[in-house]
Design a protein around this ligand. Structure first.
Ligand code: ADP
Ligand code: DP6
Length: 328
């Protein structure tokens, strides 16, 4: 079947894990060892156009206008889509990140969610309604945090038979935001993927991390249902520190923090001592993301700014969606 001219664009927001994913049950299939629970953000994310074209002899991928070497992840996702849709055409993929790439700000999550949705639509696969199991598993093989960006708001991701399942949790509106405190520039030294393999192979805390994880997911989900920001923040910090303890106990140690990470954490602790419900999390990178009520955002920013290089305030973001505008 010819698929020339089939072109679609999708936009997806980044998501920040409140209960963290770290480690794979299967590296080959990129199957997470643990579930996770996240908040999709507005204002930071990825817009990706996928164009299948019979005239192309290979896939091509540009990111922020720069041609990218075709490592395995993007063509692997396109191969899966071609098999599902029964097409052979290669694709031109053009993507724009409004979030820094590979800096611990979740570009892989919004990147693979936008790519998967645009590729499914361009290939004529089903994209209406909640994300299909096929789409969820396809983007999960691209990046384990990406299925969470297919949905808006709070999202819980759990292992399913052979794959993962992502569901929205606590769908009623809740006026919270995440303030990203940037504490360094540039990409991280060790990718999440390599870091996870290293922790699994060398950290004596890895088994404890996996074994104690499910209880945090349930506690976070209950806190969201009860609109209890302190309970949610407390379990988020617990999950964060357990993950970083597991990383730090790897051999050699995996340390994603910079001096500014501790300065921002101190500012968050001072806010709490002053009675503001502000809670911190860090991913595989040095930046500190602070969860707080929207009404406290100005006060939290004012406390963080002297301690960091700059802040970005993000509200609750929507599900990934197809749009008309194309990435040139
Ligand atoms: P981050 O903290 O930014 O998520 P990771 O190391 O987890 O960092 O993932 C970064 C990788 O994700 C990039 O090197 C690239 O392979 C992939 N990626 C980032 N943005 C996109 C995008 N828009 N489309 C496809 N892949 C992307
Ligand atoms: C620390 O989803 O980027 O941000 O599946 O290898 O692409 P891959 O990893 P990725 O890992 C995210 C790790 C984290 C925590 C999280 O977002 O849950």
């Amino acid at each position: 079947m010819s698929h020339s001219g089939a072109i679609r664009t999708a936009r997806a927001g980044v998501n920040i894990a409140l209960v963290k994913y770290w480690g794979k049950a299967s590296a080959l299939d990129n199957l997470p060892a643990v579930g996770s629970l996240s908040l999709t953000l507005d204002g930071l994310g990825t817009t990706t156009t996928v164009e299948f074209d019979d005239a192309l002899s290979t896939d091509a991928f540009t990111l922020d206008g720069v041609a990218q070497p075709l490592d395995t992840r993007v063509p692997a996702l396109l191969d899966e889509v071609r098999v599902l849709a029964g097409i052979r055409a290669r694709a031109a993929v053009r993507s724009i990140n409004s979030v820094p790439t590979a800096a611990g700000l979740a570009s892989s999550a919004s990147g693979f969610a936008a790519l998967g949705l645009a590729a499914f639509a361009a290939a004529g696969l089903e994209v209406s309604g909640p994300p299909s199991a096929a789409l969820v598993d396809c983007v999960r093989r691209g990046s384990g945090s990406a299925p969470r960006s297919l949905l808006g708001g709070f999202v819980r991701l759990d292992r399913d038979s052979g794959g993962v399942r992502a569901v929205s949790t606590g769908s009623a509106p809740w006026s919270v935001c995440i303030i990203v405190a940037r504490v360094a520039f540039g990409p991280k030294d060790v990718s999440s993927r390599d870091g996870m393999a290293h922790s699994r192979d060398t950290s004596p805390f890895y088994a404890a991390w996996v074994d104690t994880h499910a209880a945090d997911l349930d506690a976070a989900e209950a806190a969201i249902a009860a609109r209890d920001l302190s309970a949610l923040g407390e379990v988020m910090e617990f999950s964060t520190m357990k993950m970083h303890a597991c990383m730090l106990a790897s051999r050699p140690a995996l340390r994603y923090w910079a001096p500014g990470t501790l300065a921002a954490l101190d500012a968050v602790h001072a806010l709490r001592r002053a009675g503001v419900s502000a809670w911190a999390t860090m991913d595989a990178g040095p930046h500190v993301k602070v969860l707080c009520a929207t009404e406290d955002a100005a006060r939290v920013r004012a406390a963080l700014e002297p301690a960091c290089l700059g802040t970005l305030t993000c509200g609750v973001g929507a599900a990934a969606q197809l749009i008309e505008e194309r990435v040139p």
